[in-house]
Design a protein around this ligand. Structure first.
Ligand SMILES: [Zn+2]
Length: 84
């Protein structure tokens, strides 16, 4: 079952990138490698699912996109770091 939580912001490390961008699209519901709409408007792709038993590449990436932060800090949203 999928429920919508539009007030949630997900912090995701897009495929091929080394910092977290914020998105209102639940990343787990998107297609691997598909387009991801991040708040700052940068070009971003959904990260590929990490095989079971291995650590996602994005774990340990804490650097957040300043442009995304500037957007989401202006509203009351719940934040989740998300790793595929
Ligand atoms: Zn960003």
């Amino acid at each position: 079952m999928t429920r919508m939580f539009p007030q949630v912001v997900w912090w995701v490390v897009p495929a091929g990138q080394s910092l977290r961008h914020a998105t209102r699209q639940e990343p787990g519901a998107q297609m691997d490698g598909g387009p991801l709409a991040v708040l700052c408007g940068a070009e971003a792709k959904v990260p590929f699912t990490t095989p079971a038993g291995t650590t996602p590449r994005s774990v340990g990436v804490w650097h957040r996109c300043r442009d995304c932060e500037a957007v989401e800090l202006s509203s009351e949203l719940r934040h989740h770091d998300w790793d595929s």
